[in-house]
Design a protein around this ligand. Structure first.
Ligand code: ATP
Length: 317
């Protein structure tokens, strides 16, 4: 089984207690672990995979809490860093339908340092880059770019999720699109939301959007569509793979559960690249990943709701 290095942010989500209210009206918040790449690392480890997290938290009680959660979920945190800056915080409110509204207060996540000795571990393994905060500048962006380059030179299987957050890129979408391009060009696998696929391609039609994104370079595109399932595209196949029916209460982390589950399955292949040419295998794996995403929406918070292998195996694929 390959190890999957998940690089990016780990932060506290303060989730508004009262569902259906926006952040301006929310009074009580519950502390939850968050950060998409960290969620992905947990999703992989919870299924029995091998994941290592590379990111930075503050040398404060929130940072300790976050690393404890990763450890408890069997994520290898030996490459996680701590900074004198305060742990990054996100405030989240949930609408009645489980959709979210975000506000970020950034701190330690942007202080991630590049460590050259990490590179040799990437050799022939897998690297997942989640970009919610990673392309916003500072040490994190530099470290992120250098780890990406290392992953390329070490023949790692590379996965990329742009994790576009509108409030982080206020009227700066063009910069975001430009910064994502090298990752879309070189990653073997990209996971987009519909909004991200449209934003990065400049096309509203899904097939046209994928055509454009394949031209940039990536070979496998998954576009997650919530309850509708996932649109999958390779240069020779395009199809929507349906999800299962669930009653969602909180969609936080569904996309991370999806990509974590897909990467976990790829990590069990003799050669990760097998997935690039075997459409039947890809179809099956996405179907399973859809179930992981769906199950995550049935509980509150991302990490506590991620399914383990037993929960997933209860469903026929
Ligand atoms: P995130 O918001 O965490 O970045 P996302 O918007 O990319 O994630 P979603 O599309 O909400 O992720 O969900 C990921 C996958 O989980 C979907 O492709 C789908 O298979 C499954 N899923 C999500 N919501 C539901 C739902 N309500 N019913 C069934 N399956 C769902």
């Amino acid at each position: 089984m390959k190890t999957i290095y998940c690089i990016g942010e780990l932060l506290i989500d303060f989730v508004a207690e009262k569902q259906g209210s926006d952040l301006s009206k929310a009074n009580e918040f519950t502390k939850k672990p968050g950060g998409a790449p960290a969620n992905v690392a947990c999703a992989i480890a919870k299924l029995g995979g091998s994941s290592k997290f590379i990111g930075c938290v503050g040398d404060d009680p929130f940072g300790t809490f976050l690393l404890d959660v990763l450890k408890a979920n069997h994520v290898d945190i030996s490459l996680a860093q701590r900074s004198k800056y305060f742990t990054t915080l996100a405030f989240v409110s949930l609408a009645e339908n489980g959709e979210r509204d975000f506000v970020f207060s950034r701190g330690a996540d942007k202080k991630l340092k590049y460590l050259p000795e990490v590179k040799k571990g990437f050799n022939g393994q897998m690297v997942h880059l989640g970009a919610a905060t990673a392309l916003l500048g500072g040490n994190l962006e530099e470290a992120y770019g250098r780890y990406f380059f290392d992953a390329l030179t070490q023949n790692a299987f590379i996965s990329f999720d742009p994790n576009f957050r509108g409030d982080l890129w206020k009227n700066n979408e063009e910069v975001f699109i430009k910064k994502c391009k090298p990752f879309v060009e070189k990653a073997h696998l990209c996971k987009f939301s519909l909004e991200e696929a449209q934003l990065l391609s400049g096309e509203t039609d899904l097939e046209k959007a994928c055509g454009h994104l394949h031209k940039i370079g990536t070979q496998i595109i998954t576009i997650t569509l919530g309850g509708e399932g996932t649109f999958v595209s390779t240069p020779t196949m395009k199809t929507t793979i349906p999800s299962i029916e669930v009653d969602p209460v909180d969609t936080t982390g569904a996309g991370d559960a999806f990509i974590g589950c897909l990467l976990y399955q790829i990590s069990t292949l003799g050669k990760a690249e097998e997935i690039l040419n075997d459409h039947e295998l890809l179809h099956k794996m996405v179907k399973k990943a859809n179930i992981a995403g769906a199950l995550t929406t049935t509980g509150y918070g991302a990490i506590p709701s991620l399914p383990n292998l037993e929960a997933l195996q209860a469903y026929e694929v």
